[in-house]
Design a protein around this ligand. Structure first.
Ligand SMILES: Cc1cc2nc3c(=O)[nH]c(=O)nc-3n(C[C@H](O)[C@H](O)[C@H](O)COP(=O)(O)OP(=O)(O)OC[C@H]3O[C@@H](n4cnc5c(N)ncnc54)[C@H](O)[C@@H]3O)c2cc1C
Length: 469
């Protein structure tokens, strides 16, 4: 509970209307998009500017009150679950687009701006912000930066990290740092911008970001390649890249995912094939035509049963939207949806897909797989029921095996969703003890009282999972 005198101070800073410690208000922010995790905050505080953030952080640091920065709570790693109570710091008022700079090709925003709102604003000026998480209709840029989110265009254009040029951040001490700038080049000191990107609210509170923009590509074309053999489908991914073609989008959907998406979107997706690749190329018209033709040829060589090019921009957009709805579509089928994002080198996608199916069978689970195959980033999605304890234990074992397999194949436990609480017990598998020590040293230097998003990224000794030999 927040003491009465501290509550009064916080209310004076943000105004009573932006401080909520009612039970209903706190309940809303006790969970996020990750199943299995819930914990009540003591209060929800919504600052209106950087100065208010500074004052709040100073008070919390002095009184050791945990701060959980929160955009829209759409993260899938329990990154905003207030496991140690304290305040949820909500950015709903700090949602402005401050500047679109057409000379430097940058956009500067407050952290609470909704990703799609910003994308629409820059596109209205003929500019392009490539990172497009499927959740972009609801996610915020502050959340995207802190999870280093990816999207359907990651293969060719990279992830959020590749577009963050400058940050303004409030440290746990209440001091403000500004990193980077509207610069193509900057090697002055350690790269603090990159340190903060993907830091999951554990190192600083982001209050402003300047992002890089590109000119809008001249043309794009979208196609579907259909397969009855999952391995051949996954192998096509490596073949396309090996042929020195980098499509903008190269997505994989297996049959259970296709069936769920079609039942949800009704756009005529093939549901009688074992898997499809959704492929998009953009760029100059002639390059797009040439690449799409070559990709179709590669798909057929790998025994695609059919290759269909979208008939119109509207059809292409419908296909991409359908893919973006994969998680929501699967989530309709069972009460609990656990989506992971084990990631492997592209060349290992086929092996990883086969392993996921074998593990699902071994544990008697329903796991659909889709994902950014071109990035090696797969989303095995388990449909379960949290009330069935036996099933949930099997889910846990299955995902531990999936993570272990990903690491064995040279991959990682998360490609874009972050560690949060959900994957903290496995982080040492990827980083080893020395890696965790380095992270601890950074955390202790920047947030010595551990008030910033405690309980995330770092697992308690007792929660660590030991890797099977
Ligand atoms: C249906 C669905 C589809 C999704 N698709 C994708 C996808 O394609 N690609 C992908 O990468 N992810 C995807 N996600 C996951 C999620 O949407 C992303 O992680 C997103 O970036 C989270 O944004 P948010 O605003 O909801 O952040 P939140 O969930 O509120 O927060 C995420 C993290 O950022 C921290 N944070 C937020 N704001 C700040 C700030 N101002 N300062 C410091 N820390 C802050 C939080 O503490 C937390 O650790 C999907 C989720 C859903 C539900």
């Amino acid at each position: 509970m927040i003491q009465a005198d501290i509550k009064e101070k916080l209310q004076q800073i943000v105004g009573p209307e932006n401080y909520d410690d009612s039970k209903a208000g706190r309940l809303v922010y006790s969970y996020d998009a990750s199943p299995q995790f819930q914990s009540m905050p003591d209060a929800v505080v919504a600052p209106r500017n950087k100065e208010e953030v500074q004052k709040i952080v100073k008070i919390c640091n002095k009184h050791r009150i945990p701060i959980v920065p929160r955009g829209s709570g759409s993260n899938l790693c329990a990154g905003t679950c207030p496991i140690e109570g304290g305040i949820v710091l909500l950015f709903k008022h700090m949602n402005k687009i401050l500047e679109i700079d057409e000379e430097n090709l940058t956009v500067t925003v407050e952290p609470g701006v909704i990703t799609l709102d910003m994308i629409k604003a820059v596109e209205a000026k003929g500019l392009f912000y490539p990172p497009d998480p499927s959740s972009m209709k609801i996610s915020t840029i502050g959340g995207n930066i802190n999870e280093n989110s990816g999207g359907l265009r990651g293969l060719k254009y990279g992830v959020t990290r590749d577009y963050v040029l400058a940050l303004e951040a409030v440290l746990a001490s209440g001091e403000v740092i500004r990193t980077g700038g509207k610069l193509a080049k900057d090697v002055a000191g350690y790269d603090l911008t990159r340190l903060l990107v993907g830091s999951e609210g554990t190192l600083a509170v982001i209050t402003e970001a300047t992002l890089k923009l590109l000119p809008m590509p001249e043309a794009k074309k979208t196609m579907l390649a259909l397969y009855q053999d999952i391995e051949a489908c996954a192998q096509t991914v490596s073949d396309i890249i090996a042929n020195r073609i980098i499509p903008a989008t190269l997505e994989f959907l297996d049959q259970p995912t296709l069936q769920a998406v079609e039942a949800f979107a009704h756009i005529g997706l093939p549901t009688n094939v074992k898997a499809v690749l959704l492929i998009e190329q953009d760029g100059p018209q002639e390059v797009v035509e040439r690449d799409i033709e070559k990709i179709a040829e590669i798909c057929r060589k790998q025994h695609a049963v059919d290759v269909k090019v979208a008939a119109s921009p509207e059809h292409a957009e419908a296909l991409m939207t359908a893919r973006r709805s994969a998680l929501s579509a699967l989530a309709r089928l069972k009460p609990t949806t656990i989506l992971e994002d084990a990631t492997v080198p592209r060349s290992e996608v086929a092996k990883m897909v086969v392993a996921i199916n074998e593990i699902a069978e071994k544990y008697g689970l329903h796991i659909g797989t889709f994902g950014h195959a071109g990035d090696g980033n797969l989303h095995p999605t388990c449909l379960a029921d949290i009330r069935d304890q036996d099933e949930m234990e099997r889910v846990e074992k299955a995902f531990a095996e999936i993570f272990q397999k990903a690491i064995e194949l040279g991959g990682t436990i998360t490609g874009e969703h972050g560690v949060g609480m959900a994957k903290a017990p496995y982080l040492e598998w990827k980083l080893g003890k020395p890696g965790i020590s380095v992270m601890n040293a950074i955390k202790n230097a920047l947030d010595p009282n551990h008030i910033l998003n405690p309980g995330k990224v770092f697992a308690k000794e007792t929660d660590r999972v030991v890797m099977e030999k």
